[in-house]
Design a protein around this ligand. Structure first.
Ligand code: APR
Length: 340
């Protein structure tokens, strides 16, 4: 059969390529555009999820030395669409022009942790990277919702916002959803229940002082404190705080499946105006008693970005933990602010 023979007469002979496939031509104009800055482990998984969920067309951006790597990953993922049955253009690039007009920008550019390193150890390497990404974003994607994943997240997202001047509604850090997922898994395993029924939130900075909020943690509405003993809960809180490090110790590099899913949950809530209530690092301007600081708090993410910051009635102990976490975040944020 000749190409086009099976098509209705009016379409016969019309080009079959509509701007998708193989990265040829522009993406479909009515599709959302999601630019992923960093085509490494998290970037690749982000692209896979965004494509599979058909949230929009994907641009997978990396440094010039990794252009072919990004292109190869993009092509592999486009071919994956033929097997799994999704429609998405996925383009590997090192040109900011390809990211122009993105609706969502997810930033994973930088280096991940190695065993023995803390997230704060990454500042020296990742700060110049986040600055260059901020400059590219400001020029080419001035209207995007931005989700920063590069570590140390709270300081990197602070710098991104400071440098771009983007409104706080549109610049978030992804940590809370991931830390909460880890917390939820450990709680589910201990209580021997489905992880789907565990609701829990981790607030504060994305570091060892993060605040798993036990008072807001339930198993399908039943307080976790009624089902799990105090000492077991304490062990779970401790393991959650070191959750990222546990994986770095095992794999020799950072986690990427759950971090990518967490950022996609945030992006999806924005793109589909879902108004999900999720913990995320946002710029605090007096909320929870903190000012000029990025830290994880519960927010509603909808079509306008961060539509609401929800202030929970924390216990005195939780407030104290949050203050300790804020102090750590302030310390690393001050380092970033002072760096020229
Ligand atoms: N612009 C774009 N991409 C960059 C830049 C830059 N200026 N600098 C580095 N990159 C790219 C790297 O070339 C690499 O492909 O970022 C990618 C990072 O990928 P990985 O090394 O696989 O790291 P990943 O596991 O994806 O983690 C990325 O997220 O969770 C954090 O701590 C983690 O900071 C790390 C980041």
């Amino acid at each position: 059969m000749a190409p086009g023979e099976f098509l209705p007469h009016a379409l016969a002979g019309a080009p079959l390529v509509s701007g998708r496939g193989g990265g040829k031509g522009p993406p479909m104009a009515n599709r959302k555009k999601i630019a992923l800055i960093g085509a490494g482990n998290i970037g690749g998984e982000l692209a896979a999820l965004v494509a599979r969920k058909e949230l929009g067309d994907v641009v997978l951006f990396d440094i010039p030395q990794k252009t072919d790597f990004a292109k190869g990953k993009a092509l592999d993922l486009e071919q994956n669409g033929a097997v799994l049955g999704y429609d998405a253009s996925i383009k590997g690039t090192s040109s900011w022009a390809d990211c122009a007009g993105a609706d969502v920008l997810i930033v994973t550019a930088g280096i991940p942790r190695k065993p023995g390193q803390s997230r704060d150890d990454l500042v020296a390497t990742n700060l110049p990277i986040i600055r260059s990404v901020a400059d590219g974003a400001k020029e080419h994607c001035p209207d995007a919702l931005v989700i920063v994943i590069s570590n140390p997240i709270d300081a990197m997202v602070y710098e991104f916002k400071r440098r771009t001047g983007f409104p706080r509604e549109r610049v978030l850090g992804m940590a809370g959803v991931l830390d909460s997922a880890r917390f939820q898994l450990f709680l589910a395993r201990e209580a021997n229940v489905s992880v789907k029924d565990v609701r829990a939130m981790v607030l504060g900075g994305h570091g060892d002082d993060m605040v798993p909020v036990l008072s807001a943690c339930t198993i399908n509405g039943v307080r976790a404190t009624e089902l799990i003993s105090k000492d077991k809960l304490e062990a779970i809180v401790a393991r959650t705080r070191k959750g990222g490090g546990e994986i770095v110790g095992l794999m020799g590099t950072s986690a990427y499946y759950a971090p990518a899913s967490s950022a996609v949950a945030m992006a999806e809530s924005f793109l589909l105006d879902q108004k999900r209530l999720l913990p995320a690092a946002v710029y605090l301007d007096g909320e929870y008693g903190y000012k000029d600081l990025y830290m994880g708090v519960p927010v509603v993410i909808g079509g306008k970005g961060v539509e609401k910051i929800v202030e929970l009635p924390l216990t005195a102990e939780e407030k104290e933990m949050l203050a300790k976490s804020a102090k750590s975040v302030q310390g690393i944020t001050d380092v970033v602010k002072a760096a020229s």
